[in-house]
Design a protein around this ligand. Structure first.
Ligand code: HAM
Length: 432
């Protein structure tokens, strides 16, 4: 085994897999354009306080999973790699005074996140998300827009069956009564609660509901549900959201324990699953409303909602559909420039460069090997044509060999690029 390996919990995305990544990124860009979500990029690291304030200190993401970064000049642990995108986007919205723009401001972003989690299937320490956020609208119509957008992404990506799990976790007005009821219920099991859950009971009881500990499942099965505690405003919001979804022909599954792992959520929370794959590591994405988050980061009270889809998990659900063959096809050259003189690499490189400048996907055999080997390699690379440089070059001509048809003819160098594009386009047209 080689001495140096990708760090635990990370992996290399090799060319075969990159095809899926590029497709999913392009899909995100297309849908963001259709729905009016503008692109944004925020730094891969932020002041750790941004995540602590936004996500909450008594959460797994901040307490156990934050990759803290020290700067060389001291400042130990002042920074952290982003575990998610929402906090950074919200910070940018506040920093750039976007409250003065017409609301809501819609953002989209695609990129890597970092969580120092225990690596396992579907759970990486570096992973990719596609995020959308709509900041400055109380909903519930925009909640439905975002839930439908996530569903559309998953369907367009090719995930055949997807189910939306939906909940409302109330707000500052009604949640305290629910939390009190939950605490009272959990206290009955205090002696048997795992250690982390016992401490969460004191610091952040809602987090116990998304415990990753399997011993908690039977206890939580009969815990009180927050939807029984919603105040009138939250109940109306939730009912109206469901009516909007119904009009979009989306029938969510009620998930009264779905609180999600981040503290900033209010009211709407949701996740996407494939039926039969509902485990902790299986959500293809999720999101929710965060009406208190912007204020925590220094803005005037500003509502918001967003979602993130897990690209690694979507790629996993799609399997090897795009696979190595398709990836290779995408980079297959139209032509490879070869030559009778093995040492004539300068001529071959020059001609390939000219062809590329003219828009032809061209390769050149730059190793000094015999013509027969050069032709073999061109065919193996899947090239349609070989451009053979020989004595005819003194007359401004080269042999154009169709590697698939096995035919060959002389072409003027001045017309080579046009000729290749024409012949290749005609061939592809004939294929379809
Ligand atoms: P999240 O549920 O923490 O939400 O992550 C969203 C999705 O990212 C998950 O459903 C999963 O597919 C993927 N994911 C999370 N952690 C990992 C991991 N360790 N390895 C692989 N995939 C992972 C958020 O991040 C929120 N910022 C979503 C949001 C946006 N809420 C409002 N706006």
């Amino acid at each position: 085994m080689p001495k140096y390996q990708a760090p635990r919990g990370t992996r290399d995305l090799l060319p075969a897999e990159m095809r899926t990544w590029h497709d999913l990124e392009a899909l995100g860009r297309e849908l963001a354009g259709l729905y009016g979500y503008q692109p944004i990029e925020t730094p891969l690291f932020e002041d750790a306080a941004v995540f602590e304030r936004a996500i909450g200190t008594a959460t797994d993401v901040v307490e156990k999973e934050l990759f803290r970064v020290s700067s060389p000049g001291g400042d130990a642990d002042r920074w952290a790699l982003r575990p998610e995108a929402t906090a950074g986007v919200a910070r940018a919205y506040v920093q750039h005074g976007m409250q003065t723009l017409p609301q809501p401001v819609r953002f989209s972003t695609f990129g890597t996140m970092f969580r120092y989690d225990r690596p396992q299937a579907g759970r990486y320490r570096q992973f990719w998300q596609w995020n959308v956020e709509a900041i400055g609208d109380t909903g519930p119509a925009v909640d439905a827009e975002i839930i439908e957008l996530g569903l559309r992404f998953l369907r367009r990506a090719g995930v055949s069956e997807v189910e939306v799990h939906l909940n409302s976790i109330g707000d500052g007005a009604c949640r305290p009564a629910y939390v009190a009821a939950l605490v009272e219920y959990l206290r009955r099991f205090e002696g048997t609660l795992p250690e982390l859950e016992r401490s969460r009971l004191a610091t952040n009881p809602l987090r116990v509901l998304d415990s990753k500990d399997s011993r908690m499942a039977p206890i939580l099965a009969s815990a009180p549900v927050i939807t029984d505690f919603l105040c009138d405003a939250c109940r109306e919001h939730y009912q109206s959201l469901q009516a909007h979804l119904e009009r979009l022909e989306i029938v969510p599954r009620q998930a009264p324990h779905l609180v999600r792992g981040l503290d900033y959520y209010t009211r709407t929370t949701f996740e996407y699953f494939r039926p039969g794959h509902e485990g902790q590591q299986s959500a293809l994405g999720g999101g929710g409303r965060y009406d208190g988050l912007l204020e925590l980061l220094g803005a005037k009270p500003t509502p918001g909602i967003g979602l993130a889809l897990g690209i690694d998990r979507i790629a996993g659900a799609l399997g090897d559909r795009n696979g190595a063959a398709a990836a290779a096809a995408a980079t297959r050259p139209v032509a490879v420039v070869v030559g009778a003189d093995p040492t004539g690499t300068d001529l071959r490189l020059r001609m390939a460069t000219d062809l590329r400048a003219a828009g032809v996907a061209a390769g050149a055999d730059l190793a000094q090997r015999k013509l027969a080997r050069q032709l073999e390699n061109a065919a193996r690379d899947g090239a349609h044509f070989a451009v053979v440089i020989g004595d005819e070059l003194t007359a401004g001509q080269v042999q154009l060999r169709d590697l698939q048809a096995g035919t060959q003819r002389l072409v003027n160098v001045a017309e080579l690029a046009r000729e290749l594009l024409r012949a290749h386009a005609g061939h592809r047209h004939g294929e379809s």
